[in-house]
Ligand binder design. Structure first.
Ligand SMILES: Cc1cc2nc3c(=O)[nH]c(=O)nc-3n(C[C@H](O)[C@H](O)[C@H](O)COP(=O)(O)OP(=O)(O)OC[C@H]3O[C@@H](n4cnc5c(N)ncnc54)[C@H](O)[C@@H]3O)c2cc1C
Length: 415
């Protein structure tokens, strides 16, 4: 394994850090004020996007962009620390066109779209001209098992007709969300992993009802985590993404790199929380000692540093493995980081909140928002337990294939 960053990667890290400090951090309060006043997207978002694009800090997440597609071609390992830098501010990734769920959708289109679909949807997404949503989760079934999905995508002459109810669909409130990638069943009688398909649904198609923007832990995201009903929604058959019955495989492909991007940003959020906690512990005094001089708080600082470093190394390993051997070969590492990193982020931010006292729960620090993101991420893109299940299955499969190898280490005592 080689995690050493190239000269190019180090230069990009510095440029991105400078961009964050010059253009994003000074606008944190303005972003909050505008969003609370109902102005979304905020007035300065497009200017920031133009600036990021002009500076070559654009579409940093896609390693294999085609020649005419805008962006900087980086490996996952090169992208990891950049996503980490963005992760300190929840809305920053959009400035660089690197935000979920658009990134995952662009990856899907990049891998599986036809030439016409690429032109119609991928090009404007890569240019940052439109936003998109990914609609898989349903209120009526355990959606962490994608085979449960009930939405129907039924063939009717030259069209498909979609019927179903989805929820927690991120971006669906974004005024510029123009595309839903919908997962549903084209053949409920096929083999269990061949029943699903994905289809591209323009957001202005008749029959789509945005029921509500669901609050996440009482926090309303302006881009939305929406409940959406698809009622006799009719689109041309050419809108199918990939082949009929390939939806489950496409979902697996989409979630691999997407999960690693989330984790990279989580490390950035945890790193910021640790820095805030440490500075606060140096500045504030209780019971005649600075906070850091209280053993328990210095332990929180030490534990947080160790946990962040552990998590970062595993994320870098996962990124390196995807680069070297592909997402499939890195399946265990991806599952491990998805189970470890959001929990680590939650724990570190929780300590920082405690160290800040009541202020930690207020909007005067970013901690409360970052904590909510961490908590949500333990469910979004698969609950922790599902990733643990996958890791255990891989371990057990490996052990069964090598059964007996470790038994030589057993000490057989004969009396
Ligand atoms: C902020 C946010 C944004 C989201 N954005 C999107 C989006 O854009 N598009 C989209 O389609 N979905 C989105 N989701 C939904 C998310 O992907 C689902 O919530 C997740 O996949 C879990 O599905 P579920 O809620 O149906 O939970 P269920 O499948 O009902 O699972 C409930 C619980 O059962 C337990 N469980 C499940 N399987 C196992 C197992 N094998 N072993 C042990 N325990 C198990 C786990 O504790 C799990 O949390 C988002 C969610 C959140 C919170």
């Amino acid at each position: 394994m080689n995690f050493a960053f190239t000269e190019r990667a180090l230069t990009l890290q510095q440029r991105l850090t400078d961009f964050m400090q010059q253009h994003i951090v000074p606008r944190l309060a303005a972003w909050q004020t505008e969003v609370e006043a109902g102005h979304y997207p905020v007035s300065f978002m497009q200017d920031l996007k133009n600036l990021a694009k002009a500076e070559g800090l654009w579409n940093l997440f896609l390693p294999d962009l085609k020649e005419n597609e805008p962006g900087t071609r980086l490996s996952n390992l090169e992208y990891a620390p950049l996503a980490e830098i963005m992760g300190a501010v929840p809305w920053a990734a959009e400035v660089f066109n690197c935000n979920a769920p658009d990134t995952g959708n662009m990856e899907l289109l990049h891998l599986f779209a036809s030439a016409e679909q690429r032109q119609q949807w991928l090009v404007p997404l890569l240019n940052g001209d439109i936003r998109s949503a990914f609609a898989m989760t349903e209120p009526d079934v355990c959606s962490s098992d994608a085979t449960n999905i009930q939405t129907l995508i039924q063939k009717d002459a030259d069209d498909y007709v979609i019927n179903g109810r989805k929820w927690f669909i991120t971006n669906a409130s974004h005024p510029n969300c123009q595309l839903f990638i919908v997962m549903g069943k084209t053949d409920p009688n096929a083999e269990v992993h061949q029943q699903q398909s994905m289809i591209l649904v323009p957001a202005n198609t008749a029959g789509i009802e945005i029921v509500r923007n669901i609050k996440v832990m009482n926090h309303l995201s302006p881009e939305g985590h929406n409940e959406v009903v698809f009622r006799n929604v009719r689109v041309p058959a050419a809108n199918l993404l990939g082949k009929e019955g390939s939806g489950f495989a496409l979902a697996q492909a989409r979630l691999g790199p997407g999960r690693i991007h989330h984790c990279m940003r989580s490390i950035g959020a945890a790193e910021l929380a640790l820095k805030l906690m440490t500075e606060r512990a140096i500045e504030r005094k209780a019971f005649k000692q600075q906070l850091y001089q209280h053993g328990v708080i210095s332990q929180w600082i030490a534990q947080s540093r160790m946990e962040i470093e552990q998590a970062r190394l595993l994320v870098l390993k996962a990124a390196w493995m995807i680069d070297q051997y592909g997402a499939k070969a890195a399946a265990k590492e991806i599952a491990m980081i998805k189970a470890i990193v959001p929990s680590m982020q939650e724990k570190v931010i929780d300590r920082a909140i405690q160290c800040f006292g009541a202020m930690g729960l207020s909007p005067d620090t970013p901690l409360a928002d970052l904590w909510v993101n961490a908590r949500a991420l333990r469910l979004a893109d698969g609950p922790d337990q599902v990733h643990l299940r996958s890791i255990a299955r891989m371990e057990i499969k490996h052990a069964k294939e090598h059964l007996g190898q470790s038994s030589a280490y057993l000490v057989q005592r004969k009396i």
